[in-house]
Design a protein around this ligand. Sequence first.
Ligand code: HEC
Length: 380
Amino acid sequence: MIECRTAILLLLATGSVLWGASLALGAKPKAARPSVPRPYLSGQQLYRDACASCHGVDGRGAARYATGFDVATPDFTDCSFATREPDADWSTIVQEGGPVRDFDRLMPAFGDELSEEEIQRTLDYVRGFCGDMSCWPRGELNFPRPLVTSKAYPEDEAAVSTSVALEGQNAVFNQLIYETRIGARGAAEVVLPVGFNQLEQQGWTGGLGDVVLATKWALFFSHHTGSIASAALEAVLPTGREDRGLGKGVAILEPFFAIGQALPADSFIQGQVGAELSTDPDKASHELFWRAVVGTSFSFTRLGRPFSPMIELLGAREFEDEAEIQWDLVPQLQATLSKRQHVLAAAGVRIPVSQVSERNAYFMMYLLWDWYDGSLFEGW
Ligand code: HEC
């Protein structure tokens, strides 16, 4: 296990260097102030002067004959749409124009005419078009997805994840994950796993694993403090063949709580605590688990795509008396692939730090698509 320890130290060292770099890069240059000083204009005045001709006085979009173009403007009164993009993203679009996120050229750049504060004031007014903002968790609380820990934010996303055993028996597990938002606070999820194992006698075998159905509900969130907390219930169905190492052979109910908290300098911490309650404790025992992840987001240039280095600490313990706690560390890096920032990838290594002789390290990765923000081939 010396290799594993060295790997952890190397990854931690790389992590701290990236963290330092991100803090240094985090200081954003100030946007150019308008050349002619202007009297103070409220968000509403700014919006009416600069935006309403296309976006409509009511935020629903001006009629096509008024704008004279065919591209639909978004409906800012639709809370589901208007609450999910963080201020920082909208501010960038307003400063730089639509193409910066591969939106239409018709969305002009205001960076030369409006100061950063004026843009923020306009956006605060735009946010008001959604009448019940406080019922919807803001996009700011949608922290980067860790490889193992579940997020608290109810998401519209699809992902393919893969784990490959780095030691011991050869094994590859894939998951097809689909999550859809329900109303302001809820989400539902389906996970279809497909695994391949190299067994001693049978050689390589593969097939469907244990299908997961889940539902999540945001209990508490605050844009002001940067916090979100959710409760969730997962049902793990015994659809995978236990004899091929593809399933547990029993149904499992998994209630859990998940939290996310913004930290200074685009950093964040996320946590999850839950239990795996087996429907047949003789076949699979109950288990408690707790997971925490800390990370930060940065980009190398002001408008560059964000990277998020993270490290997860995973703990689990079976309910049985003599059971030992299983600890794992998962250093990882998430990278944004598309200009729209709706297609992302992450990779890392799950390293056991307890019972190292019985448990294996895994390489893990995912490809993630926030499908609400555009089709997979749009936005590059
Ligand atoms: C000349 C017309 C026009 C003006 C003026 C205009 N916009 Fe836009 N805006 C658009 C169009 C068109 C889109 C949609 C582009 C697309 O979907 O490809 C858009 C998109 C946006 C978006 C992106 C929403 C998303 O999908 O995430 C924001 C935010 C926005 N506008 C804010 C503003 C603000 C704030 C102002 C005023 C400071 C403004 N716009 C002025 C035409 C305009």
